[in-house]
Design a protein around this ligand. Structure first.
Ligand code: SAH
Ligand code: DHB
Ligand code: MG
Length: 227
């Protein structure tokens, strides 16, 4: 038995798994270094979660991916690497400084022909995107932006997808706070509304899984568009 505290143990196990199965390469390391140097918050997915996104996109046979919430483009790089050469990823980011760092990281990773970052509040860039011929449907949507808007993002993901599309929502457990019906935290209120919406939504067949790791106790929601 270990004497370590849970977070130390979760870090050690994430490091172990990452070392064997999701080792960093130059582009991923550079993306994290540039993000840190630019003062971005270190809230990107963990490496083994990035690998999970990559594997899910490959299993899905995705050619088109929509990401909501780019930060420095770390998850973007994992997702874009799952796409074929003629694939396309659009990532939406509110903060122009984040978007600039992400664009440089994506270019450095050699993915700028595949992945594009659009700046603006996603609730403004999504309706614009929806009017573009050929912008959808997306084979996979990764939602990881401001959590209070999760219900609207799921609605947009459904509009911009097709039967068989995959929708993934990060931070769906939040240290267990998601069961706090009295929470006034907009992130929790928004995430709970998303679950309530999905409970009534026949178009998405979904589940959520709790996770522990370098990012603490959280989890993700995974769904398949039915119709
Ligand atoms: N997916 C990234 C992490 C995203 S962090 C990764 O794992 O590497 C959340 C990002 O969402 C932040 O960069 C934040 O600026 C952005 N964001 C916050 N509100 C937003 C909004 N209304 N529209 C689009 N992006 C938003
Ligand atoms: C936060 C946002 C995230 O997307 C995440 O994975 C972890 C933390 C945050 O806003 O604190
Ligand atoms: Mg997240």
């Amino acid at each position: 038995m270990t004497k370590e505290q849970p977070q130390d143990q979760w870090n050690a196990v994430d490091n172990y798994v990452t070392h064997h199965l999701a080792p960093a390469d130059e582009a991923l390391t550079a993306a994290l270094a540039a993000s840190e140097a630019a003062g971005l918050p270190p809230i990107q997915v963990a490496p083994n979660q990035g690998k999970l996104l990559y594997l899910l996109a490959q299993m899905q046979g995705a050619h088109t991916i929509l990401e909501i919430g780019t930060l420095g483009g770390y998850s973007t790089i994992w997702l874009a690497r799952a796409l074929p050469e003629n694939g396309r990823l659009i990532s939406l980011e509110y903060n122009p400084a984040h978007a600039e760092v992400a664009r440089a990281n994506i270019a450095h990773a050699g993915l700028d022909k595949i992945a594009e970052v659009r700046t603006g509040p996603a609730l403004e860039t999504l309706p614009k995107l929806a009017t573009e011929p050929g912008a959808g449907p997306f084979d996979l949507v990764f939602i990881d932006a401001d959590k209070q808007n999760n219900p609207q993002y799921v609605e947009w993901a459904l509009k911009l997808s097709r039967p068989g599309s995959v929708i993934i929502v990060d931070n769906a457990i939040r240290g267990g706070a998601v069961v706090d019906a009295d929470s006034t935290d907009p992130a929790i209120v928004g995430t709970r509304r998303m679950y309530e919406l999905l409970a009534q939504e026949p178009r998405l067949d979904a589940t959520a899984v709790q996770t522990v790791g370098a990012k603490g106790y959280d989890g993700f929601l995974l769904g398949r568009v039915v119709a």
